[in-house]
Design a protein around this ligand. Sequence first.
Ligand code: ATP
Ligand code: MG
Length: 429
Amino acid sequence: MNRVLILHYHEIWLKGGNKNYFLSRLIVAVKHALADLPVAGPQFTSERLLLRPQMEEAMPKILERLRRVFGLAYVAVAREVPSDPTAIEAAACEMMAEKNPRTFAVRAKIADPRFPMNSMELERALGRQILDHLRARASGVQVKLKEPEVTCWVEMIPGRTFLYADRVEGAGGLPPVTSGRLVALLSGGFDSAVAAYKMMRRGAHVVFAHFYGPPSISRGSSRPVAEEIARTLTPYQFTTRLYLVPFDEVQRQIVAATHESFRVLLYRRMMARIARQIARAERALGLVTGDSVSQVASQTLHNLAALDRGIDLPIYRPLAGDDKTEILKLARAIGTYKISCEPFEDCCPRFMPRSPAIFARPEQLERAEAALDIEALVTLGLEGATVRDFKFENGEVALREAQPRRLQKLLDLRKGIPRASGARPTTGE
Ligand code: ATP
Ligand code: MG
């Protein structure tokens, strides 16, 4: 096969001194994503990564996997030709005849001082040749520099020339797992899955926390929905941990002890407090939620400010300024839309008040919380948590139960259980 995939990366070259770090993580990610597929490389040449697929039939799968590698701007499906004007012309004419466009342009990037033309000269010469070649086949084709139907790209690096008309958009962002951990509060709805994805795309390694209540007669449990979302997002970061936290008893105690107008906000704050402890166990640097400003009553600026009070970690809300249509579009693109459409029992609307507070002040929430044993409720949630680890390997996502030692250690500390003498301190997972 004479096909070469040219992986153009995104932003990374901006990173100055850190460039090699990001690049090495990108190479690891590309290798991991394609581990079971017949492809040679990646080879790093002149600011590009080159891959050589070994079988034409594997191309769709290879491209599908590459589309999920963060850090890639686009992938060009190219053929390699000798760096010689006649050879380039012949190959370009053949390629464009296969495409048979109504309008086209030629774009050349020449980075080889030995080549006898500059980029503009090559573009003009090739444009003329292609036009003649296509018109000879009775085509009404025209050159159109702005938004042509097909672009004939030529990339030349010392001693090598690549020609292509097809580019596959990459996921953008930074290579996976390059900027620390975050704990995302995953509800099963559209927004939090998209929020987590957006932070993964910025290089964060996202751990999920899902809070669930009992299923109802008409709707199933939210747990399989959260699991399915975690599974679907795993290929983007290769490993994912999901904490499933029972929330029924916490909710009951909130309902029994506090005024109904603050219920939803108090649920949310308890979720954030428990997630904060999970962040401690996971050495995570922040929380992520799918809040979009003023989408629902709990998401007014007043309420979001009241929710954050007392949580000593940053809470990232990457959808804060997004509209629902933008969020749903991304949910479709990343494959979580259909999963979130499943009817499931969402624990937040349980015992929903008739009129939820819209402008809560932090002091009001604090006063309401004074009637609760907050620390005991956090411990209750952590104790009941079950943990699942997902791993993407050879094109499959495998699932296993996990028992994080650091969570156990944290629980022992909270309950005042001394560690057995002589036991070595655990260093976590
Ligand atoms: P989503 O579509 O993510 O459910 P939403 O717009 O429906 O968001 P809410 O349901 O009010 O808004 O939830 C706001 C945020 O709170 C969610 O995006 C999520 O981060 C967090 N959250 C809500 N319910 C849960 C839950 N059961 N488990 C974990 N996190 C939750
Ligand atoms: Mg929701």
